[in-house]
Design a protein around this ligand. Structure first.
Ligand code: SF4
Length: 464
C-alpha cells in the first residue's frame, strides 16, 4: 500500500491503483488510467461480463431468459436488477440449467436443449435468450448450435448471448448484449423509416422512468417505435429498424447497438441523458432539433416550460435546505456521473468525489469538464478507496448502487440509490424532484442521531 497525498488526495492505495485516481486542479485536460481489466485482489465494484449482458437484456418482458451455467450465476435475478413491465412479466422468473460436475465432464448441450424445450412448452414465450457463463465457455458447449436447433423446432427466435464471465469486464457484457439484441432487430430488418419516429435505447425502466420519458416524446409529436430494453417486447425490438432515429441514454451499454444499427440501416443516433433538469430539457430540445419540424419544436418548448414551472416551488424549498452539502457519486456508467454533477449543482450542492465502473478516456474528459476544481475523480474503485474518500472529503451523501450502500451506511453517511434497487423514478422532470426529496430525506433522516459519522469527528448531518 502507498500513501497518495502529493496531490492532496489523502488515500492509502495499492500502488497499481494510483493512476486510476486523479484530482481536478484546473480547466486543462487531465489523465486517468481507465478502460482496463480490474486489478486482481483490489476487490473491484464491477460485475462480470454475464451480469453486464443480463442487465441490458433482462427487461425484455415476454422473453424467456435462461442462464446456461452453475446455479450460483442465477442469483443475479430480477429482484436485485428490477425493471417494470406494463404487460407480461416472464422476465421476472430466473431460469438456469444448473450445470454440475457431470455436465462439466460430459458437456451441457443436452441439458440446455432439454431445458429450453421444456421451458418454451411451459411458458410459451415470444422469444428466448440463452446466456453463456464462465463454465459454459470453459467446457466449450456450442450454445449457438443448440439455440438454432430449438429455434427451428419451435418457430420463435432463440438467441445466444456470448457472455462468458471470464472474457473481460462488464463492458464486454454490454457488447455481448448489444450483439444479441441486434440479432433480434435484424430479424425484422430495415424498412422505410416511419416519419417522425424514434427508438429509445438505454433506459431499463427500473422504476417507471421509461414511461415518463416515452410520454414526453409522444407529447412532442414523435412516434416511439421501440424502447430497448425497458418494458420492451420481442416483436417490438424486431420492429426497431423502422425508426428514423435512435436516442441513446446509458451510452456505455447501448452505443454498440446504436452503431450497429447505423452501419446496417443508416439510422443516426443522438446521445442523451434524462437525469437532472438541464440534461432532460437539453435532450428533448436536441431530439426536436434533429427533426427540424416547427410544430415539434414549439410543443417541446411548451412541455419543458410547463414541467419546469410546476416543479420549481418545491425544488426551491429543497435547494434552501441542501445548499452547501457535499456529495460523492460512484455509478456504473459515466453518462450518469456527468448528469449527477449538474443535478447536484442545480440543488446548490457540491460533488467532491465522482467515479464510474466502466468509463473510457473520453467519458472521463466529460466528467473532468463538468466537475469543480478540487473534485477527486476515480475509476473502477473498491470499497476501501470509496470509504477513505468519503471520510477525507467530508461527504454528506453518497449516490451509488446496491454494492455501495453498505459502504456509506457503515460510515454514518446518507445514501441515495440511483441504480437498480431504486423504487421511485429519478429521471425526467418529476424524477428530479424525487431525487431532491430522497437526497434531502436521507441527509436529514433522524437515524443519523444514533450513528456518528465515522472517522471525521463530525456530528451526523442531522442537526448540523
Ligand atoms: S459468469 Fe462467471 S464470473 Fe459471472 S457470476 Fe457466473 S461464475 Fe461468476
Amino acid at each position: 500500500m502507498t500513501d497518495r497525498d502529493r496531490e492532496g488526495i489523502a488515500l492509502e492505495l495499492i500502488p497499481e491503483r494510483e493512476g486510476h485516481i486523479s484530482l481536478k486542479t484546473g480547466s486543462g485536460p487531465g489523465r486517468i488510467a481507465c478502460d482496463a481489466e480490474s486489478l486482481a485482489g483490489a476487490v473491484s465494484q464491477r460485475a462480470c461480463v454475464f451480469c453486464g449482458a443480463r442487465v441490458v437484456i433482462n427487461p425484455v418482458a415476454d422473453a424467456l431468459h435462461l442462464i446456461h451455467g452453475p446455479i450460483g450465476c442465477s442469483t443475479y435475478t430480477w429482484d436485485i436488477r428490477g425493471s417494470l413491465s406494463s404487460g407480461p412479466e416472464l422476465h421476472r422468473l430466473s431460469f438456469s440449467t444448473d450445470l454440475r460436475e457431470k455436465d462439466v465432464i460430459f458437456g451441457g448441450e443436452d441439458k440446455l436443449y432439454r431445458a429450453l424445450t421444456e421451458l418454451i412448452e411451459a411458458h410459451r414465450p415470444r422469444g428466448a435468450f440463452v446466456y453463456a457463463t464462465c463454465i459454459a465457455g470453459v467446457i466449450g458447449d456450442d450454445i449457438k448450435a443448440v439455440c438454432a436447433r430449438v429455434e427451428k423446432e419451435n418457430g420463435l427466435p432463440v438467441i445466444p448471448v456470448q457472455s462468458e464471465g471470464f472474457k473481460g469486464n462488464k463492458n464486454a457484457g454490454y457488447k455481448a448484449a448489444c450483439h444479441a439484441l441486434f440479432n433480434l432487430v435484424s430479424r425484422g430488418g430495415r424498412r422505410d423509416a416511419r416519419p417522425l419516429s424514434m427508438n429509445i435505447l438505454g433506459d431499463f425502466n427500473l422504476a417507471g422512468e421509461l414511461w415518463m420519458v416515452r410520454e414526453y416524446f409522444e407529447r412532442m409529436g414523435l412516434e416511439v417505435v421501440a424502447n430497448i430494453s425497458g418494458d420492451s417486447r420481442v416483436e417490438q425490438v424486431m420492429r426497431a429498424g423502422e425508426a428514423a432515429l435512435n436516442v441513446v441514454q446509458c451510452s456505455g451499454s447501448m452505443m454498440h447497438l446504436a452503431r450497429m444499427m447505423e452501419r446496417a440501416y443508416g439510422i443516426p443516433h443522438l446521445r442523451v441523458s434524462y437525469v437532472g433538469l438541464d440534461d432532460m430539457a437539453g435532450s428533448l430540445t436536441r431530439v426536436a432539433d434533429f427533426f427540424g419540424d416547427g410544430k415539434i419544436s414549439a410543443r417541446t418548448r411548451e412541455l419543458i416550460e410547463g414541467e419546469l414551472q410546476a416543479l420549481e416551488p418545491e425544488l426551491a424549498r429543497y435547494r434552501r435546505r441542501l445548499a452547501g452539502r457535499v456529495a460523492a457519486v460512484y455509478v456504473g456508467g459515466a453518462f450518469k456521473a456527468v448528469s449527477l454533477i449538474r443535478a447536484f449543482r442545480s440543488l446548490d450542492m457540491q460533488v467532491a468525489v465522482v467515479g464510474s465502473q466502466t468509463g473510457k478516456e473520453s467519458d472521463y474528459d466529460e466528467i473532468r469538464a463538468a466537475a469543480d476544481p478540487g473534485t477527486v475523480i476515480v475509476d473502477d474503485a473498491n470499497p476501501l478507496e470509496l470509504a477513505q474518500l468519503m471520510q477525507s472529503r467530508g461527504v454528506d451523501i453518497f449516490v451509488g448502487g446496491v454494492k455501495e450502500r453498505p459502504v456509506a451506511y457503515k460510515l454514518g453517511v446518507a445514501f441515495c440509490d440511483h441504480n437498480h434497487e431504486r423504487k421511485r423514478p429519478l429521471e425526467g422532470f418529476a424524477g428530479m424532484l424525487n431525487f431532491a426529496r430522497e437526497v434531502h430525506d436521507s441527509i436529514f433522516s433522524p437515524v443519523w442521531r444514533f450513528i456518528p459519522r465515522a472517522g471525521s469527528g463530525q456530528q451526523s448531518a442531522h442537526g448540523r
